[in-house]
Design a binder for this molecule. Structure first.
Ligand code: 13P
Length: 249
């Protein structure tokens, strides 16, 4: 059985007090019915979040990390730094990192390699832009992103990989991929992983959908057979909405 995962990407939101307030509200929500629930506060609040959630099933994850293990990289965070405060999973390749911070497929391949070499789970994000979809190029774009960043991995590394398909046109726009569009792409992705790494790895890799997931649309999206959960942005900043999404699986 594949894992079911709902992860909240808080992006650059919530100060120290707001982080505590949201965590307190999430902790009050109770059981998650076998769903792995994760939250990704900003880097300077990770340590605080780990402490505040130490008696909770909610896992704290990073939003990003550098590919080097240490050195002169002002402003960056390493895999060892994350692990030293109890963070075991990190989002890599988010479209905002690609678009605003020039993260290339090559750099992302290095980041993924560093993470898995240190037993760090990776939630690897990818997805096409609106022009790609309009030009009917979305499958080729996604295939290219996956091949460049993940297809040099060893089969054994795939136990650390979670995939997150996030069509850029659906992020923060209120527009979601239809459940059918999500399923079509997720099935394509799983098939690609099967071609590269075999049926067992493909069957076991969790593929999350991200892009304007809300309580009102989560159930329909999660009902699709190749959608194993969600990566949630805006709706993850509200405990009631996030919990409602978790319960939609
Ligand atoms: P929204 O849910 O706000 O569209 O953001 C999705 C996302 O980018 C999660 O990483």
């Amino acid at each position: 059985m594949r894992k079911k995962i709902v992860a909240g990407n808080w992006k650059m939101n919530n100060d120290k007090q707001e982080t505590t307030t949201l965590i307190t509200a999430l902790k009050a929500k109770g059981a998650f019915n076998g769903v792995e629930v994760k939250i990704a506060p900003t880097a300077i609040h990770l340590s605080q979040a780990v402490t505040e959630l130490n008696d909770s099933a909610i896992e704290v994850i990073g939003q990003n990390m550098h590919q080097a293990t240490n050195g002169a990289y002002t402003g960056e965070v390493s895999v060892g730094m994350l692990q030293s405060i109890g963070v075991k999973s990190v989002i890599l390749g988010h479209s905002e990192r690609r678009a605003y911070f020039n993260e290339t497929d090559e750099a992302l391949a290095e980041k993924v390699k560093t993470a898995v070499a240190h037993d760090m789970e990776v939630i690897f994000c990818f997805g096409e832009e609106l022009e790609d979809r309009k030009a009917d190029n979305h499958f080729a774009v996604v295939e290219n992103q996956l091949r460049k960043a993940l297809f040099d991995l060893d089969s054994a590394d795939w136990k650390y990989i979670v995939l997150a398909y996030e069509p850029v046109w659906a992020i923060g726009t209120g527009e979601t991929a239809s459940p059918e569009q999500a399923q079509e792409m997720h099935a394509f992705i799983r098939n690609l992983v099967e071609e590269g790494f075999g049926a067992e790895i493909a069957e076991n890799v969790a593929i999350l959908y991200g892009g304007s997931v809300k309580p009102a649309n989560a159930q329909e999206i999660f009902s699709k057979s190749d959608v194993d959960g969600g990566l949630i942005g805006g709706a993850a900043l509200n405990a009631d909405d996030f919990f409602a999404i978790v319960q939609s699986i």
